[in-house]
Design a protein around this ligand. Structure first.
Ligand code: 4NP
Length: 160
């Protein structure tokens, strides 16, 4: 048995953006029959929401698109994650800077921005923070994350 490829998505609170990425990527992997080859997780660089389920609007939008996020609970991103996960995908430049500040040359993780999976010509490189905004913002987050997760899975399957 080969080790699963471990993928973690990171945002600030781990209640709006990275839970969507975790749920969507896990669903894509399951649909492709690859669940035994991946371990999927998410975390936040901030501590405010540790232990909480994803934001109500995040869950509502995801449920409307067939993805159930209700079992997720917010975790805090820690330096140990950089040795546990093979791929750490940040939602925005602030999250990426936080992660990079902890990254050492001997860590196993490859670190990057999730939307960079869409290529250099993609219109956006950061997933906008929808917290405190209206439903449209959460819908937009879901669409962006969905596209990028598809591209991520393609890249990882090419590389294995
Ligand atoms: P997220 O959104 O990083 O996508 O989970 C946020 C959630 C909570 C806060 C900020 C962003 N907050 O400041 O509590």
């Amino acid at each position: 048995m080969t080790e699963p490829l471990r993928v973690q998505f990171v945002c600030l609170g781990n209640i709006c953006r990275s839970p969507v990425a975790e749920g969507v990527f896990r669903a894509l992997v399951a649909r492709a029959g690859l669940s035994n080859r991946f371990e999927v997780a998410s975390a936040g660089t901030g501590r405010w929401h540790i232990g909480e389920p994803p934001h109500t609007m995040t869950q509502t939008v995801a449920r409307g698109r067939g993805v159930d996020l209700s079992a997720q609970r917010a975790r805090h991103f820690g330096v140990a994650d950089l040795d546990r996960f093979d791929e750490v995908l940040a939602m925005d430049a602030q999250n990426l800077a936080h992660i990079r500040a902890l990254l050492q040359p001997n860590h196993r993780a490859r670190v990057g921005l999730l939307l960079d999976e869409l290529g250099a010509s993609a219109p956006l490189h950061e997933v906008p923070d929808p917290y405190g905004g209206d439903r449209d913002g959460f819908e937009r987050v879901h669409s962006l994350v969905e596209q990028a997760c598809g591209a991520l899975l393609e890249r990882l399957m090419r590389g294995r």
